[in-house]
Design a protein around this ligand. Structure first.
Ligand SMILES: [Zn+2]
Length: 190
């Protein structure tokens, strides 16, 4: 069965077990920004003690921010100003694929798939920088956490934490404590 049909068939059975609707605002008033890595699905949230309805979760490839007005920042602005989030957790993870991308090899593959060289050349400043690739997962989390803290659209009483997640063990390592950096912070209560 093609995967889409499988997904839709599963969904019919799922809906039949009718879930209870829950509020749109996150119960724990936090926003998480992390990576789209498949190992984090249904693993990072339980590792943090979070369940459905507890947090806004924003994901992209590598937990990267390359544009101070891009989609990640826009989602965080909405999370804070419209949806009641009082803290932001920036969470990178060990063994992140975005830290291992070979820009030249990726470009070759794109060309082989019929992507035009002009479309690739139009990416500024380069394919790798446009993707936000990095060599150091720790450095990326620190840099992105600081970018979010410094963004003029994020209030400075919102703590922005930086953490590293191990997708094998589920362990979280605190790299940057947002309470210390935001003296006026009112920590969200667990
Ligand atoms: Zn990743």
């Amino acid at each position: 069965m093609p995967l889409l049909d499988d997904v839709l068939a599963h969904n019919e059975r799922f809906v039949a077990d009718s879930m209870r609707p829950i509020t749109r605002s996150p119960a724990k008033r936090i926003a998480i920004f992390t990576c789209m890595d498949t190992r984090l699905i249904d693993f990072l949230e339980p590792a943090m003690g979070l369940g459905r309805g507890d947090a806004k979760v924003i994901k992209n490839a590598g937990t990267t921010v390359i544009d101070s007005q891009g989609g990640v920042i826009r989602s965080l602005v909405v999370a804070v100003h419209a949806l009641g989030c009082e803290e932001i957790y920036t969470i990178g993870h060990l063994d992140c694929g975005m830290g291992q991308i070979d820009e030249r090899q990726l470009e070759r593959r794109m060309l082989e798939r019929g992507i035009s060289p002009e479309a690739i050349a139009a990416l500024h400043p380069s394919l790798g920088e446009w993707l936000g690739t990095f060599r150091d997962v720790y450095g990326n989390v620190r840099r992105v956490t600081q970018i979010i803290r410094d963004n003029p659209l994020i209030p400075n009483d919102v703590p922005v934490h930086g953490l590293m997640f191990d997708p094998a063990s589920g362990r979280l390592e605190l790299l940057m404590n947002g309470y210390r950096a935001a003296p006026n912070a009112r920590p969200a209560q667990g």
